[in-house]
Design a protein around this ligand. Sequence first.
Ligand code: NI
Length: 265
Amino acid sequence: MHTIHELLTRLWDDYALLNLQVPAICQLIEQRGDTVVNDHIALRTYSDPRIGIDVLADSFVRLGYCVADDYEFPEKHLTARHYEHTDPKLPKVFISQLEIDAFSPVLGQLVNDLIDQVPTSLTKQSDFSVSGRPWQLSYQTYAQLASESEYAAWMSAFGFRANHFTILVNALTTFNDLQSLNNFLKDHGHALNTSGGEIKGSPQVWLEQSSTLADKVEVQFTDDLRMIPACYYEFARRYPKPDGRLFQGFVAKSADKIFESTDRR
Ligand code: NI
């Protein structure tokens, strides 16, 4: 069994190795003398009971994480749940799943064919959440999934790993606000997701978020080698609620747009 620190480190190492923008951004921020603190990690899956949110969350729950809140994204047919650890210094874990029943029987069959390839033993492993893609698929299947859901396609190509980490802007000392961090990143050539505006949310909902656009990486399919969007980096500034404590939840309307950071462009 992993310790929670080992599991989080493996998720980070896999993420930073796959997405070169991630270590580049960390380095830019650290060169200013700042320290990067992670607000949350996001994972994705499909709603099938063999690999759904509860299955993916299991190793986190066994390592001290508890369910904190549930979310719905009707437009994208996603549901999500966020988990918090008893140690508040550990990042929150946000797990979403694509509601397969909301899509065509064709998508349902394609996704089922992928999940049929997942060994049950894998889903019981403590490192299931960082096991990568446990199935083979063609680029044709990826493209067919993408025609109904960008999320379905991303999940088919990348499998189980961090979809993004999130820098807690509150913990940065050399940026006054999220806008100045955004400007700094753009000045250094990092494109941001502008869907729904560059900054999603506001102090009124106690959370502001922005994110990069995912870089393309080479992915091997059974019939082709293709460059497709991988993961992005997210930035969150949290505000105190009326009781004076920092808001720790998520805002569905903002996250709805953040999901689009992995869309094909
Ligand atoms: Ni996020």
